[in-house]
Design a protein around this ligand. Structure first.
Ligand SMILES: [Zn+2]
Length: 122
């Protein structure tokens, strides 16, 4: 009987492929895609040459398809609204963090707020 592995992406138990050493993903397309994405993500962190090539390829693609973002936004207004709302939240969070105000709904105030509070007390 072959050994079983638990897929890191879909969490299913599947028979291990004896030809793959330290197998972590099953053969499903979406799981193999996840494996590749993970590989690329880690490669970008550790290999400056790979990152430079990817950046160059991305810049080249953007030059070639310069109207893509506008076209996508025009075709997907719901995505734009959702993105705008989420970005406002991120902006607000960053602003609160910089000003030292406690984040709404998050327990104790962070370090900067405590420092600011102590300065005011002195
Ligand atoms: Zn899987």
């Amino acid at each position: 009987m072959s050994q079983m592995i638990r897929c890191k992406h879909c969490h299913r138990w599947v028979p291990a492929n004896p030809r793959i050493k330290d197998q972590q993903y099953c053969g499903r397309k979406k799981c193999q895609r996840a494996r590749k994405t993970e590989w690329q993500r880690s490669r970008l962190k550790v290999d400056p040459q790979y990152k430079a090539n990817q950046d160059e390829a991305r810049a080249k693609w953007r030059r070639k398809n310069s109207g893509y973002s506008k076209q996508y936004r025009d075709a997907n207004p719901a995505y734009c609204d959702s993105n705008r709302t989420l970005q406002k939240k991120r902006d607000q969070k960053r602003q609160n963090k910089m000003s030292g105000l406690p984040l709404p709904g998050i327990g104790p105030a962070h370090m900067n707020a405590l420092v600011a509070e102590n300065i005011l007390k002195q």
